[in-house]
Design a binder for this molecule. Sequence first.
Ligand code: ADP
Ligand code: MG
Length: 705
Amino acid sequence: MNAASQQLDKIPVTRLKGVGAALEKKLNSIGIATLQDLLFHLPFRYEDRSRVASIGSIAAGDTVQVQGEVMNADIQFGRRRSLRCTIKDNSGFLTLRFFHFSNAQKSSLAVGSQIRCYGEVRRGRSGLEIFHPEYRVVRDNEEVVVDNCLTAIYPATEGLGQARLRSIANQALAYLPAKDNAQQLEGSALQEFLPPQIIQKFHLHSLIDAIRLIHRPPLETPLSWLSEGKNPGQHRLSFEELLAHRLCMRRFKSDSQQQPAPNFADSPELLRRFLAQLPFTLTNGQQRAYKEISEDLARACPMLRLLQGDVGSGKTVVAALSALQAIAAGYQVALMAPTELLAEQHYANFCQWFEPLDINVGWLSGKTKGKHRVEQLGSVADGSCQLLVGTHALFQDEVIYKKLGLIIIDEQHRFGVHQRLALREKANQHALNPHQLVMTATPIPRTLAMSAYADLDNSIIDELPPGRIPVNTAIISNDRRDQVMQRIEQACKENSQAYWVCTLIEESEALECQAAEVTAEQLAQQLPEIKVGLIHGRMKPQEKAQIMQRFKQGDLQLLVATTVIEVGVDVPNASLMVIENPERLGLAQLHQLRGRVGRGSTHSHCILLYQNPLSNAGKQRLSVMRESTDGFYIAEKDLELRGPGQVLGTQQTGLMSFKVADISRDADLLDQVKEASEIVLEQYPEIVDPLIKRWLGDNENYANV
Ligand code: ADP
Ligand code: MG
């Protein structure tokens, strides 16, 4: 085949032998329309079918390939109808069992014919059996040929089997030019974009080799290489994909740095007055982070900075300092939080901090209605509102800022990456290119920071304010609930306070609130001497604020809450937290919750009250919480145990769902990818577009989702 004229991304799959309209439709349903799509439809595991085992030698648990003569094939009418077929070779008998089968299938298993089958052996009713083996009938006189490479297993779909996928993948692979002829693909979508310098420096295979290696790895390749990312073909493709993503993020960054932004000189006098009214001095970590931000704000291109710090490290004060710098220069600041409760806390805090400095602080949420809303929007539009605090309502179209200079986004992990980029787009509509400061609730693992946040600069507060005592964490089974009650009683007797957190049931906020109501009632009955309060996400903001106020004042001793208290709530006298069914939550979220205690000067405790039985994975995860109170460590573990999609909360939105790469598995590639991206940007800018197009396609425009 002459590949020179072949645009593999233009050739439809119907060009392949055996692909008619019906099969084309099935292939389309899994995103395969062209030969190129087929070549990028990668296997997720391999099987070794390089030899045929003798039936006498196999044992339950083995995955084997065997060949034998059909002795019988009958339909059995048991609890479930099944097709049972017995085969034999010269060493023994084996039963094949099919629960889904067609008449054609039954007749193909004619007595006396030879079949080759592959599958996992188990012990069944009639000795050794294979359920639903992959099989084919071997024609008379056909030699026993075995595969000469590992057999790829592809993501498939109903009615589209492995054998079929492999056969058409083989045909597509035949379109690839021979190794020494890769320039034949010049100008086609499978062109080698990476320059030799990068291929050599990072010991990569060529694109064509990589695709061959990944579809048809040689027999000596260990089966586990794919899952470990050690298949050199996969390594090359992961590298290229991560590079494309990084270049895309870098493009966002450099595009935005081309834009003009207002620059704010620092304002020592206002700062001094603010710091003077704080009951503490800044930690070194806070000072360093603010210095970095302050320098950015003084530049005439927009800041894009991520502020990381563990729970309780004092990010809010740093945000306040940054806001002051913008306000002193005559600009407005928008501070956005992911939940109403957290936004309200910020509002209360900032009012208390800023009003003595004669700064006008405003409030806006989706629930701000009527006259209030009109007034608030008016003061934002005329510039009299200098700091606007609220939820994502801050960026609805009708909110027009007179002179927005800085956007602060708190608890970034609650917002997807897309939302962040979309927000930036919106902010830019006002033609002011405000600076952006993004704060995380808990630290982000380094690998994620390097990929999902590659468009942001990074500041880290690496210490907690002095005097914090680490929270002691216990993992206790629900069977010992009584003991936990006693602990609560005792804590309250000692004039301390406690939280009882009910976790999400099946992602339903309504059910979670219900569970909290029931629990609060039960606890009130079981602990008659203790004043029990309840707070959840379905209560009106006023009710919530009132309950929080009473808890803060000590009128309530035990606060039953849903995960709404996860962020922001600050009651230093609370020293005990019980988290029910902690196995339902991610580690970062647990860490965040636990951060609500240990804010005062006494020893604090957190009880993870799990539901028996707990899976091994669950045990492992919870024990991380017992071992450590270091958010940076916990974040790394969370990523390791749950994967990046869950940690970032963007499974559906796609940015972090890679085709080939896997951030945890390929973590050690990221430094190289970073280096390569600098080389590309400096020396080969012409390949940036094609790479992004190959791997991100039309998704490139994240901001428009
Ligand atoms: P987070 O980083 O989790 O958002 P906050 O900004 O809510 O943390 O701060 C947590 C608590 O620590 C607050 O009560 C805050 O007033 C207090 N705090 C912040 N900085 C300091 C400091 N330098 N010294 C003592 N306490 C501090
Ligand atoms: Mg905070």
